[in-house]
Ligand binder design. Structure first.
Ligand code: HEC
Length: 173
């Protein structure tokens, strides 16, 4: 009986020992692998720093750089027209060319868009400079004229309306 028991104890011990050896080997290999990975990509702290900087970066930035001169109010051509120009140009006050009256606007538009802008900016006869509102910029005036002409059925080529455009469009040939 005792030899039978001894044998099974020995077998169990051998099995246990080999299992332990296997676990140790696996642990050693994992350790070696981690060491290898670390040596291939050493962490000199820069990655941690990047992560930290990313974590403390500001949520939003306030830009103090204004795209346009300070004080300029952003308005569409229609808004400028309604606020300033409509007072005269809606009903034709003081002989102002009425918006919507193509026969009145066509010969004026024939002078060239830039000329219209110049006259509206500096004033012409009963038309006060900038329609009487000096806070308006040339862009406001331009947009308002484009709107007024558009309402009248005259389409302004935006490229022609660009600041660098020729004053008088060249006649064909
Ligand atoms: C106080 C009245 C008044 C206001 C306000 C006014 N205008 Fe005029 N506008 C006139 C009169 C009057 C004329 C016609 C002048 C002339 O040719 O004798 C005119 C003419 C014009 C012309 C034609 C100029 C030309 O060369 O034939 C343009 C363009 C114009 N106005 C744009 C504007 C714009 C844009 C505004 C608003 C920012 C404006 N006007 C506001 C009275 C006004």
């Amino acid at each position: 009986m005792s030899s039978q028991v001894e044998k099974s104890v020995v077998v169990t011990s051998v099995t246990l020992l080999s299992a332990l050896a296997l676990v140790a080997t696996v642990l050693f290999l994992v350790g070696a692998l981690v060491g290898l990975v670390n040596s291939v990509a050493p962490d000199d702290g820069s990655r941690k720093q990047t992560v930290a900087l990313d974590r403390i970066k500001p949520v939003a930035r306030v830009s103090t750089a204004l795209p346009k001169p300070a004080g300029e109010v952003k308005m569409t051509g229609q808004e400028v027209y309604n606020k300033v120009c409509a007072a005269c140009h809606m009903a034709g006050v003081l002989g102002a060319p009425k918006v919507g009256d193509k026969a009145l606007w066509q010969p004026r538009f024939a002078q060239g868009f830039d000329t219209l802008v110049n006259h509206a900016v500096t004033g012409i006869r009963a038309m006060p400079a900038k329609g009487g509102d000096p806070s308006l910029t040339e862009t406001h005036i331009k947009d308002a004229i484009i709107y007024m002409l558009g309402e009248t059925g005259i389409k302004v080529d935006v490229a022609e309306a660009a600041p660098a455009a020729e004053a008088a469009p060249a006649a064909p040939q």
